[in-house]
Design a binder for this molecule. Structure first.
Ligand SMILES: Cc1cc2nc3c(=O)[nH]c(=O)nc-3n(C[C@H](O)[C@H](O)[C@H](O)COP(=O)(O)O)c2cc1C
Length: 180
């Protein structure tokens, strides 16, 4: 891979907050020297031309939205390095008392990932919560975790994660087209 990798940041969103996170990740990667395309996941989005893929989704019922999962399946077929991010309703996924919940949620989400896909990393970020749109069990979950309606996006945490992705890209990821 050259010094200026071409990176796709793709996302699936229901209410918009995941798009904002994807755009911020793309801005950090661009600032670190990558050529970056940020786009919604969909059948017309081809992951093949990119050197690396960052794919994210809003979480519904402990799973990714179908467009993101479908892109992830195609991404797995490219052999390119893939970073994943999930956007859910847990307001402080890195909090001392909630970190184990975030780990459990990430495990549940990854069970829905295509077999054979091992993301370089998978992070859970808080999104925008609208308790009124949540199913009943979701409202119970929010009550138990002290979450409330609002924008819980933690921009410094998102930028720090994007910075780690940028650092790995700049360090050079193995070119899947080259023999090991
Ligand atoms: C129908 C529905 C189901 C949801 N299920 C979950 C869930 O299982 N786990 C979770 O952490 N958040 C869940 N959420 C919260 C959303 O993931 C969260 O609000 C996120 O920010 C939405 O992203 P978006 O604005 O990009 O659509 C759910 C929200 C809705 C509306």
């Amino acid at each position: 891979m050259g010094t200026s990798p071409e990176v796709l940041v793709a996302y699936a969103t229901a209410a918009g907050s995941t798009a904002g996170i994807a755009e911020r990740i793309a801005a950090v990667l661009t600032g670190a020297g990558s050529r970056t395309v940020c786009a919604p996941a969909g059948p017309e989005l081809d992951p093949a031309p990119f050197d690396a893929l960052v794919i994210g989704s809003a979480v519904h019922e402990m799973a990714w939205l179908p467009d993101a999962l479908e892109l992830l399946r195609r991404a797995a077929g490219t052999g390119r390095p893939v970073w994943c991010f999930s956007v859910g309703g847990l307001a402080h996924p890195d909090g001392r008392r909630t970190r184990w919940m975030a780990r459990g949620e990430l495990d549940r989400i990854e069970r829905g990932f295509p077999p054979g896909l091992t993301p370089r990393d998978h992070s859970l970020f808080a999104g925008v919560v609208d308790v009124r749109r949540s199913p009943l069990w979701g409202r119970v979950f929010y009550r138990l975790t002290g979450s409330s309606s609002g924008d819980h996006r933690d921009w410094p945490a998102i930028e720090a994660w994007a910075g780690k992705v940028a650092a790995s890209l700049q360090a050079g990821t193995p070119d899947p087209d080259l023999p090991a």
